[in-house]
Each structure stands twice: as C-alpha cells, then as structure tokens.
Design a protein around this ligand. Structure first.
Ligand code: SF4
Length: 396
C-alpha cells in the first residue's frame, strides 16, 4: 500500500506579511488551545474513518507559523497521529518555522518531540528586503536558528528564499544566495515573488508605491540560481527545489512534497487545509472559529472526508490524468514516464496527450530522455516557462 502523508495547517502568525495570501491570521493566538483540540479531534476522526491504521511516512506542520506552537503541544499532536495511524520508522516530520520565533531550547524540545526536519523562512539576507516584505526576522536570526538547530540534533534543514522582489538587483540576489549557501543546509526552496490579489503588496503596486516585479529580471535570477547551486552540488529536483545528496547517498529532497508531485495520497488537516485520497480532493473551511465549531459538532465521518470540509470533489479519470502530468512535470530531473502513466491509468500517455506533448516538444519546452527515450521532462526553457507547459494539460 502506498504510504500516506499528513499535512497539518497552523493558521497563526505574529504579523501578517504584506505579500502573504496564505490562510493565516495575526492576533488570534488565544484560539490556539481550542484549535489544537480540534486538530487532534480531526486526526482521530480521520484515523478511525479509515478503518485500518493507514501507514504514514511524512508529516508536515505548515502555516502560518507552526513555530508559535509550544513543542509540548506539537508532541501531543504527533502522539495522536501515532495512536490513529501506523507512523512508519524514519518518517519525515517537518515543521515550517519563522526564524524570528525560535529559541535554542524550543528547537531542542521540538527535536525531542519527534520533529526531524525544519524549513526556515529566510526569504532574503538584506534588511531592506526583509523590511519591504514586513518579515519580523533579521538574517542574523536565521544564522542563530540554523546553529541552534544543528546543536539540537537536526540534520535535515531547509531554507525558503524569495526572488524577483521590487527594487531587487541581480547583485543583491547573488548575495542572498551566497549567504544561504554559507549556512550549509541540506535543502533550499526558491520562489519567485507573485503579487497576489487582495494583499497589501498588491495595493501598493496598484498605487505605484512599489514597482511590480519584473519577470525578465526574475528569470535572470532563477537562471543564475540554477547555475550557482549546481556548482555547490545542489541537485534541482523540482522547479523551485534543490537538495543535497550526502556521502552515504542519502537524498535530502523533501519526501513530503514529493508525495504531492508524485500524485500520491495525503490528508490535509486543520483550517483551510487541502487533502487528496481515494480519488477525492478535500478542502477545509478557512476560518479558525468555524473550523473549531465544525470539529466540535461531529464525532465521525466517512473516509477521507472530514467534518471540517468546506468542499470535496471526486476527481474523474480525465482530471486525474491531467493533474498527474502537471504535477509530475514539476519534477525537473525525473519528469514523467510512459511506463508510470501506463501503470497508473492503463492508457498510453501519447494516446491521451499526444497533441499537447507534440506541441510542447516543438516549442522546445519538453524533451524525451532516458535510455529508452521514454521519459518526458522540462527543458531549460521549459523550466522558465513552467506555467505555460502545465496549462497545456488543463482541459477546456
Ligand atoms: S510569516 Fe509566512 S505565513 Fe505568516 S504572514 Fe508572513 S508569509 Fe504569511
């Protein structure tokens, strides 16, 4: 049986950053105890609804700012998962953390609680850029956080960076990247800034207070990062993600995120979380109070549904094939294979997507590779125009 992944959403932040459109809330910390009760209840309901103790090989505390939750509470959540699910040995247990919210003792306690991977939101090493993004941390906090994490026994760390910021020069981006590399983490995620509707940053751009991100400059930064990180022995395994492989051959690619890109099942628990299991996509209500109330009302559900679902949808075969291509092609190294497509859908990949593939091959955005030339992946140009590629596979 394919092991499951569990995503747990922690929708609390000290401050709402101006570019953020995630489901997260500032100034709601008083709701944390009730929220965690509801989250444990949701774990219990889903675990019991499954009928068997489903194997779980990755857990991810995302947000929001999960590092605002006391390690003892994280431990209780993990215990609840262990009770209801078959948590496999060597499971990857990741927590996203804001470098401005962690201490050495907290990191030690998180390690003891069972968390074994931390992803820090570094974003930039320049104070002006961090200020522009309204981040509450300084680069020095990232240095401390990484050092304390190592001392606490974390051997799998990741940093998130953002490029393509208003006013950001290529030179500045190079320095941020240098600083991130100097911290010797096992993994890096690099995201191009998108100005999302409804954010304060969007309002500033509309009013001309800050310039809109420059796509060409962002593409230069991305290309620079690809070359620079390859030189540092980072392997780009996904459009936005790079990992090291250590001397023993251990690969530090995020196993949790690979679950999404390999189109494998995951449960999404907590306010606003999304899940995908048994061919059903689920999405929970966003508001914290509503989530807590909905979880209080019910004691059972039908797997993989949750009492907190705001929507659920049975995915038809055609959509499943489209999504499989879209997420699989994000994997820049391994791409998608004819054999895997056949194994999953009992159809020939080209019989379903022949026209789209041909079109993208002609545009130079996809290429066949492998001994048998039976795997398809993005070309260099395809990585720069990923969305254009993925959109080809979306139906009318
Ligand atoms: S810390 Fe992260 S999740 Fe919270 S508001 Fe800022 S960007 Fe959004």
């Amino acid at each position: 049986m394919i092991p499951f992944s569990i995503y747990l959403h922690i929708p609390f932040c000290r401050h709402r950053c101006n570019y953020c459109d995630f489901n997260t809330y500032a100034g709601q910390e008083k709701q944390i105890p009730a929220y965690l009760d509801a989250l444990r209840h949701e774990i219990a309901i889903l675990g019991q609804a499954a009928g068997i103790r489903l194997p779980v090989h990755t857990i991810f505390f995302g947000g929001g700012t999960p590092s605002l939750i006391a390690p003892g509470e994280i431990h209780r959540v993990l215990k609840q998962i262990e009770k209801e699910f078959d948590l496999l040995p060597n499971a990857e247990i990741t927590m996203e953390a804001n470098p401005g919210t962690v201490s050495r003792t907290q990191l030690e306690a998180l390690r003891t609680a069972g968390v074994n991977r931390i992803s820090f939101g570094m974003q930039s090493s320049h104070p002006e850029e961090l200020q522009l993004l309204e981040r509450i941390h300084a680069f020095e906090d990232v240095i401390d956080a990484v050092r304390w994490s190592r001392q606490a026994g974390f051997y799998n760390l990741s940093l998130d960076l953002i490029f393509g910021l208003p006013f950001q020069s290529l030179e500045r981006w190079k320095t941020t990247l240098d600083h991130a590399i100097s911290l010797k983490t096992e993994h890096l995620s690099l995201y191009s800034l998108t100005v999302e509707p409804g954010t304060r940053l969007n309002a500033w751009v509309q009013k001309g207070i800050v310039p809109a991100p420059d796509d060409d400059k962002a593409a230069d930064m991305y290309e620079y990062a690809m070359v620079r990180l390859a030189r540092e022995c980072f392997r780009q395994y996904e459009i936005s993600n790079w990992a090291r492989v250590d001397n023993s051959g251990k690969d530090y690619a995020s196993r949790h995120n690979l679950q999404y890109w390999l189109d494998q099942p995951y449960l999404g628990l907590g306010a606003g979380a999304h899940g995908y299991a048994g061919g059903v996509r689920t999405a929970n209500v966003n508001a914290i109070g509503q989530y807590i109330r909905m979880m209080k009302k019910e004691n059972s559900s039908v797997f993989p549904l949750s009492p907190a679902n705001r929507v659920f949808e049975k995915i038809n075969r055609e959509t499943e094939m489209q999504e499989w291509m879209m997420v699989g092609l994000r994997l820049t190294e391994q791409g998608v294979s004819r054999a895997a497509f056949w194994a999953r859908f009992s159809r020939q990949m080209e019989a379903v997507f022949g026209e789209e593939i041909e079109n993208l091959l002609e545009l130079g955005l996809l290429e066949w590779f492998g001994d048998q030339q039976d795997r398809l992946r993005l070309t260099h140009q395809g990585k720069l125009l990923g969305n254009q590629v993925f959109m080809q596979f979306v139906g009318d």
